[in-house]
Design a protein around this ligand. Structure first.
Ligand SMILES: [Zn+2]
Ligand SMILES: [Zn+2]
Length: 360
């Protein structure tokens, strides 16, 4: 098959012929139809999180099941699926507790990649998926069946950006109706926090970004106000919009240090700070713990929206079908696999919400 391979951090990916294993026990093979570019793919490809090279990234995918491994009963060839990086055993203490995103089981594929190049050299299965490729082999826990009528490019977005954003609001923060919300960063994840807060009937949803044009997009997803992250009076303006209190929920959906630092000053007393964005390794911020206790704040981490994909993704498909969840509007541009470096460069600039690689 053809795949986009990273040989050196920060250098263009190379399209190469790659061999992929047949699915083993508990696994499925999927013909990838579409894979969106997530900011995590860019951080990996740029070396921000390390990892062994050569590697194939891409983890926001949808396609058609081509083959199932031994013992797989949930899927059959021809099923349309969303493929995610969330691999869960279903029986460790985290899984039993409903937190599949922190499953503690080590899988065969965590140590045995299904991918090799033409010289037999193993290639890292980046983000447990390696979907910048024509085919993937993943654990059956990583996929969810979707209706065949749904466009696969649109469906691919459900694999990461949408569940991460919606899940942060609905699963992690459990935003109350009538609440006030501030969302720092209005990229793929931030817009989904915003639309989930709108569905949860938040009273004020204040989008904050450093790119003015993105505030208009945020309003189309349900933001009631937009503020510039670079505005020196940001804190004061946010207080004016929230009865002088600050926001009941503040979401940080980007990995930029400035956003984390800024977020602490925007939360109302007894409010929640929800950290969703993933900074590059090594970034730290100073926090005054006395202020967290004194203001009775909750600081919540949210990994992949704490999603249980087999429960959450069908609900999101139903909301999309009912016209209540925007997905088509998240796609900025479509590219072929050969154009992936172009698509990555445009995604790096922060102007694109989601660029999608179409495999066929
Ligand atoms: Zn992602
Ligand atoms: Zn588990």
């Amino acid at each position: 098959m053809r795949a986009a391979v990273c040989h050196a951090f920060g250098k263009p990916l190379r399209i190469e012929n790659v061999d992929i294993d047949a699915p083993g026990p508990g696994e499925i093979a999927v013909d990838v139809a579409a894979c969106a570019i997530c900011h995590s793919d860019i951080i990996f490809a740029d070396g921000g999180w390390g990892g062994a090279l050569p590697a194939i990234y891409g983890h926001e995918a949808a396609g058609v099941v081509s083959k199932v491994g031994k013992g797989v009963e949930e899927f059959k060839a021809g099923d349309h699926v969303v493929v995610t990086l969330i691999r869960a055993c279903g029986h460790c203490s985290s899984c039993n507790d409903g937190h599949l995103v922190t499953c503690s089981t080590t899988f065969y594929r965590d140590t045995h990649t299904p991918l090799r190049n033409e010289h037999g050299q193993p290639l890292t299965q980046g983000l447990r998926t390696a979907a910048f490729a024509e085919h993937v082999v993943v654990d059956a826990s990583q996929a969810v069946t979707i209706p065949k009528e749904m466009n696969l490019d649109v469906a691919s977005l459900l694999a990461c950006g949408v569940i991460t954003g919606v899940g942060a609001a609905v699963n992690t923060a459990q935003v109350r109706s009538g609440a006030t919300v501030a969302v720092l960063g209005t990229g793929g994840v931030g817009l989904n926090v915003i639309q989930a807060c709108a569905l949860s009937a938040a009273r004020a949803i204040i989008a904050i970004d450093v790119v003015p044009s993105k505030l208009g997009t945020a309003r189309r997803f349900g933001a009631t106000h937009g503020l510039l992250g670079s505005d020196p009076e940001l804190k004061q303006k946010l207080r004016e919009l929230t009865d002088g209190r600050g926001a009941d929920y503040v979401f940080v959906t980007v990995g930029a240090k400035a956003a984390f630092v800024q977020s602490l000053g925007l939360v109302a007393r007894s409010g929640s700070l929800v950290l969703v964005g993933m900074p590059p390794d090594g970034m730290t911020i100073d926090i005054d713990p006395g202020f967290i206790a004194q203001d009775n704040l909750r600081v919540l981490g949210s990994k992949m929206g704490d999603s249980r994909i087999k429960v959450d993704i069908p609900k999101l498909v139903a909301l999309y079908d009912a016209g209540r969840l925007k997905l088509d509007e998240l796609i900025t541009e479509r590219f072929s696999l050969d154009q992936i470096n172009d698509a990555m460069t445009k995604a790096r600039s922060g102007e694109a919400v989601r660029n999608v690689i179409m495999m066929r």
